[in-house]
Design a protein. Structure first.
Length: 367
């Protein structure tokens, strides 16, 4: 008797900003450490939803880099190409959540260590010299994702487009205008934040993407396709009690990619406005759920996948749902000095052992 084959997982290769997120929340004053950056959040979220996900990066084998690897591997992300050479110090982003004057939590990002004042390490793109070797090992994913432009990113986008993969471009800044324009000619889906696009709005007129998505914060998002380029269609945001809006745009991408693009370009070839609207409504519901937790991916650590998706479905049906569940916490009795390269070296091996012990305790309740 033959065993039924399990369905093939959809696959994404992503090049962009992977970093360590250090979150100071209102629920607990101790810092929490998570894999982050736009690229890091997207691959983690898609792996959580069942995709094969592989990020490309030049993270160092430092304390911050070990945090990122351990966290991504927990969710099933393939981290084998996270340390491409020459590696550098792992980027770190500090998120601080505070109550605004209206009583609604707001966050801001800090780029320097509060312990020593030094700036955290910057993003370093994959080198162009590695592109040919990467082409030989990356296969043919359904989706190639990028959130930054560099010569290597553009060359990979060109390669994957020719091989039939869908190219999804989510810029937060223009970077090199020439490379940015090249990427706009290659992408199939272009997604950006209205707030961040102010610095590159003029360049956006030149894009050739089939689908354009603009997120509008609390006003939801809007989209248009090249079939009806002059007509924008708006999707409102879900109303929820907000704890933190960080990462909501990343979750919108995760929800849309998982719902609409599991077959890559085929998902766009026969799409209708109703289908795109439905998938973006689903994506907005996922983003709204995460806004009820602290940290860019807070919901993943407090809800099982089943409870996560049930809560999303309840939001889509506009029914209240109790989302409480036992937590998997990455809270550590550490200061930011532990991951700041300017504050001194730390024992990465001990860090790994301690993290594994904490994960075991969180899952089993036993020491």
């Amino acid at each position: 008797m033959h065993k039924a084959k399990s369905p093939r997982k959809s696959r994404i290769v992503a090049a962009g900003f992977c970093a360590l997120d250090v979150v100071f929340g209102l629920d607990d004053p101790a810092p929490k450490f998570y894999a982050g950056g736009t690229c890091g959040n997207v691959v983690a979220g898609l792996a959580f939803l069942g995709w094969d996900a592989m990020p490309l990066s030049r993270l160092g084998h430092d304390v911050a880099g070990e945090f990122v690897r351990q966290d991504l591997e927990r969710w099933g992300v393939d981290t084998s190409l996270l340390g491409l050479v020459p590696s550098g110090a792992t980027p770190v982003v500090l998120e601080k959540i505070q109550l605004g004057k209206n009583g609604i939590p707001r966050h801001r990002f800090l780029w320097n260590c509060p312990e020593c004042g030094s700036y955290f390490p910057p993003f370093r793109p994959v080198l162009r010299t590695q592109v040919e070797d990467l082409k030989k090992t990356l296969g043919h994913p359904e989706v190639f994702y990028a959130d930054r432009v560099s010569r290597s990113t553009v060359e990979l986008a060109k390669y994957f487009r020719e091989e039939g993969s869908l190219v999804y471009f989510e810029p937060s800044a223009a970077g090199d205008p020439k490379l940015f324009r090249e990427m706009l000619q290659l992408c199939d889906v272009l997604k950006y934040s209205a707030q961040r696009a102010r610095s590159f709005s003029e360049l956006l007129r030149e894009h050739k993407a089939y689908l354009e998505i603009e997120t509008l914060g609390e006003d939801g998002l809007r989209f248009r396709t090249r079939k009806a380029f002059a007509s924008w269609h708006t999707i409102p945001a879900y109303e929820v009690k907000i704890k933190d809006t960080a990462g909501s745009g990343d979750w919108t991408s995760v929800g849309f990619v998982s719902e609409m693009l599991a077959d890559g370009k085929k998902g766009l070839e026969m799409c209708t406005r109703q289908k795109v609207s439905s998938c973006l409504e689903h994506a907005q519901a996922i983003a709204a759920l995460n806004c009820q937790f602290e940290g860019p991916r807070g919901a993943m650590y407090q809800l099982s996948k089943e409870r996560f998706m049930d809560s999303v479905a309840a939001l889509e049906a506009k029914k209240p749902r109790d989302t409480k569940e036992s937590r998997i916490s990455l809270g550590r009795q550490l200061s930011t000095a532990a991951v700041c390269p300017s504050c001194g070296p730390k024992d990465s091996h001990r860090l790994h052992l301690d993290s594994e012990r904490e994960i075991h305790v969180a899952r089993t309740g036993t020491v």
